[in-house]
Structure formats: structure tokens, C-alpha cells
Design a protein around this ligand. Structure first.
Ligand SMILES: Cc1cc2nc3c(=O)[nH]c(=O)nc-3n(C[C@H](O)[C@H](O)[C@H](O)COP(=O)(O)OP(=O)(O)OC[C@H]3O[C@@H](n4cnc5c(N)ncnc54)[C@H](O)[C@@H]3O)c2cc1C
Length: 402
């Protein structure tokens, strides 16, 4: 049962694209998600079709072979993909962050070198801040690069890298000035190249290794990996923006990217919440207790009402944050609020839908069981709910200083 997502005004182009992606989710993602989730295997045929639809180049300018769409349209697409399965949007999402970094901070050479192949999905990107000992406290990173001639040598370990194995490019934040005070002034983003799909790289990429993928409760199909840098040599011009412009500027670049990343995760929250609502609307009109369908019980109607209200509010907040960013206005506060609200709405709606399913919600026969394992990720990625509240509080005080 598809429930119209009509609360947002869309341009004709946005309507056409979201309808196309919704159809793709209905026909290709939803019927196959259970299989790939169960096997925890990479959904290669679905990804191939996404490549054909041009979804890896959604926001990449047309001059590089992409569709040149804005963040708002991208958020609409992500909602539809996530309504199908959040792992599918996860395959696109860190790639999108990588292309954003290149478009905003990359040198002309770097854009020319990577964006055309990224637009087709031939080359896919990952984004790596987290380490085994830290996620929220990014300034505590230990992975470091030291200069050696016209190269840098990277040593250290990264954690939880989405698309870590299949990506050919990793936008990785490392320390380049261990004495910097404050610490963020000594960090650089490298565009680290490797062979996609290879665990132990050799030749030009020797010293860049990908251990076996991490085992997770949900968000299956898309790999999350550690990355081990052991004397990995990368040219100085692999610094994002080039050495002159980009050395020790990585922290600010990554934080900027996280802002669009938060809109992206918010859209995923809307998508999963929307799907949980659809499943609840259907199941509640099928299941009978005490002689009538459970949708006739007021307690169930109240749950449906709360879910639909959360979906609507989350979608409006997400699109507002995206539109502000597209208009070149400040959107840090709004992106943080949208991420916080929509990811919590995702969790809330999935849990309410799960309750409406009664015992069957606990069965692998029903889709809600997968959503129940997938939804919590959104509370963590791109900053936990606690970190969002810190960001929102800080920005509020900045904007309303007395
Ligand atoms: C499936 C998956 C995919 C991921 N993909 C990526 C990726 O592609 N790239 C990447 O770089 N990272 C990725 N991450 C990592 C993710 O960004 C981190 O897990 C997240 O930022 C939280 O960090 P942490 O796990 O180290 O928790 P911690 O930072 O150790 O936090 C633990 C708890 O303490 C709370 N906390 C921390 N500091 C404070 C504070 N100051 N005040 C109040 N509470 C606080 C947190 O909210 C949390 O509840 C992924 C994670 C997962 C699970």
C-alpha cells in the first residue's frame, strides 16, 4: 500500500524523478530486500539498475555527466530509496558526500579526474572519520599522515566505513599536524584511492587494507568495514583541494559535508517512517480481534495518527533544511533539527508499527522485522541524537546571543 507523500510542493521535474524512484523501489527494491537482508549480501543487480537510472550522479553537475540536481531533489530521492530499504540509500549516501566534497572543495584537476566516473557509479566513494576509539569526538582522531618527499605516508585505523570495501575512493580525515592547538587545525582530508573490492591492496595502493566486513544487527547488504593504513603512500596532490589549499583544512571541510549528510540521514528517517506507516495501515485493516479489524480500535487509530503526524513533520523539516541549503542560506541548525527529529521519527514509527503487528512483527515473515533492525542506525550515523542536541543548542545560542 503506497501512501501519497503529497505534503511537499514539488516541481514537475521533482515529481517525475520521485515517481520514477518510487516505482523503482516498489518493483525492484521492496520485493528483493528480504533476500539480500537475510543473506547479508550486496544487492549487485539493484545497484546496476541504479547506475542505469543515473542515481550515483544525482547532484553531480551535468558538465561532469551527472544530473545536476539540488539537495532538495536529492533528499526526495533518498526518502524513496529508504522507503524501499535503507541499505540501498546507504550505497549512494557516502558516495554523495564524497561528490559534495569534491564539488565544493576539490581542485579542478580532482573534479575532472573523479567526478565523471563517479557520476556513472563506475567509481564509488566512501567517507571516513570514525576510528575504533572515537566517533562523536572527531578531534580525537589518531590516524596520521607524515610528509615524505612529494608523498604523504598514512598510518592508523579507521572504523565503521560504509562502502569501505567496494569504494575506489575514500575521503579520509587524518592528522597532519600533531602539535596543532586547537586540534582541528591540524587535520587534512585525503582522497585515498584503492582497488574496489580488494581486501589487501598492492602496488600503488600497498598499505591500504580492508579487514572483513563488520557483522551488524541490521543495515545489511551494504558493507561496513574497518580500514587499516600501514605505510600507505599517497601523493601530496591527493589532499582535497590540493596541498596549498587543503593542508590542515580537513576538519572544516568534513564538518561542512556532515551538514548535508544530516539532511541525507533525515531523509532516510522519513523514508523508513513512511514505510512503517504504510505497513501499519495495511496490517491494521487486515487483522481482526474481538470481532472487528484492529483499525477500528481507537488505541490503534491513535498510534496511526501519531505516526502520520511524525512522518509529516519530519518530511517538512527535512525539505526545509534542504531548501535553505540550496538557497545558500545558513542551515546548520535546521539540518541538525531535521536529523534529530526525522531519525527519532523513524525509530518511533517503526516501533509503533511493530506493536500494531503484534506477534507477527517478531516474525521474519513480515517486513517490519527488518525495519526494526534497520531504524536504530539512523540514531547514530552522522552524529547521534545526543550530538545533534549539542549542535542545536550551540547554534541556537550563537544565533540568539544577548
Ligand atoms: C552501520 C554504521 C555505519 C557507519 N558509517 C560510517 C561512515 O561511513 N563513516 C564514518 O566516519 N563513520 C561511520 N559510522 C560511525 C558513526 O558515525 C559513529 O558510530 C557515531 O558518530 C558515534 O560514535 P561512537 O560509535 O564512537 O560513539 P561514542 O562517540 O563513543 O558515543 C557513545 C555514546 O555517548 C554519547 N556521547 C558522546 N559524547 C557525548 C557528549 N559530549 N555528551 C553527551 N553524550 C555523548 C553518544 O551520543 C552515544 O550515546 C557508522 C556507524 C555505524 C553503526
Amino acid at each position: 500500500m503506497a501512501v501519497a507523500t503529497s505534503s511537499i510542493d514539488k516541481t514537475d521535474e521533482q515529481k517525475a524523478i520521485t515517481e520514477m524512484v518510487r516505482q523503482f523501489a516498489d518493483e525492484q527494491i521492496l520485493p528483493n530486500a528480504e533476500h539480500y537482508d537475510h543473506e547479508d549480501s550486496f544487492p549487485e543487480p539493484i545497484v546496476e539498475q541504479m547506475r542505469e537510472l543515473g542515481l550515483f550522479g544525482t547532484t553531480i553537475p551535468e558538465e561532469y555527466g551527472g544530473m545536476g540536481l539540488d539537495l532538495t531533489t536529492y533528499a526526495m530521492i533518498v526518502e524513496e530509496l529508504s522507503r524501499g530499504w535503507i541499505s540501498i540509500s546507504g550505497i549512494v549516501n557516502t558516495h554523495f558526500i564524497g561528490s559534495y566534497l569534491l564539488m565544493k572543495f576539490g581542485s579542478d584537476e580532482q573534479r575532472q579526474k573523479y567526478l565523471p566516473r563517479m557520476a556513472t557509479g563506475e567509481l564509488r566513494a566512501a567517507f571516513s572519520l570514525s576510528e575504533p576509539e572515537l566517533g562523536s569526538d572527531v578531534q580525537a582522531i589518531k590516524t596520521a599522515a607524515r610528509k615524505d618527499g612529494d608523498h604523504y605516508v598514512i598510518d592508523g585505523q579507521k572504523m565503521w566505513v560504509t562502502n569501505g570495501l567496494r569504494a575506489g575512493l575514500v575521503f579520509v580525515l587524518v592528522k597532519t599536524d600533531p602539535t596543532a592547538d586547537p586540534r582541528y587545525k591540524g587535520m587534512t582530508c585525503f582522497i585515498a584511492e584503492k582497488e574496489p573490492g580488494v581486501h589487501e591492496n598492492t602496488g600503488d595502493y600497498a598499505g591500504f587494507n580492508v579487514p572483513p566486513q563488520l557483522k551488524k544487527m541490521g543495515y545489511k547488504g551494504v558493507e561496513s568495514t574497518e580500514l587499516v593504513f600501514d605505510g600507505y603512500r599517497t601523493p601530496a596532490d591527493s589532499i582535497l583541494g590540493g596541498e596549498d589549499a587543503g593542508l590542515n583544512k580537513g576538519f572544516g571541510q568534513m564538518m561542512d559535508a556532515l551538514e548535508v549528510g544530516r539532511v541525507n540521514v533525515a531523509a532516510r528517517g522519513v523514508g523508513i517512517a513512511q514505510r512503517a506507516l504504510e505497513l501499519a495501515l495495511r496490517y491494521s485493516q487486515e487483522r481482526k480481534t474481538f470481532g472487528r479489524t484492529i483499525s477500528n480500535h481507537q488505541a490503534i487509530q491513535f498510534k496511526l495518527a501519531d505516526m502520520a503526524t511524525q512522518v509529516e513533520a519530519a518530511r517538512l523539516m527535512t525539505i526545509r533544511a534542504a531548501r535553505l541549503k540550496d538557497a545558500g542560506e545558513r542551515s546548520d541548525l535546521e539540518a541538525g533539527m531535521a536529523k534529530l527529529f526525522a531519525s527519532e521519527a523513524g525509530r518511533f514509527c517503526v516501533e509503533e508499527s511493530f506493536r500494531i503487528h503484534g506477534g507477527y512483527g517478531y516474525s521474519k515473515e513480515y517486513e517490519i522485522e527488518r525495519l526494526y533492525r534497520d531504524a536504530p542506525l539512523l540514531l547514530i550515523g552522522e552524529g547521534t541524537s545526543e550530538i545533534q542536541r549539542m549542535v542545536i543548542g550551540k547554534k541556537l545560542l550563537e544565533r540568539h546571543k544577548i
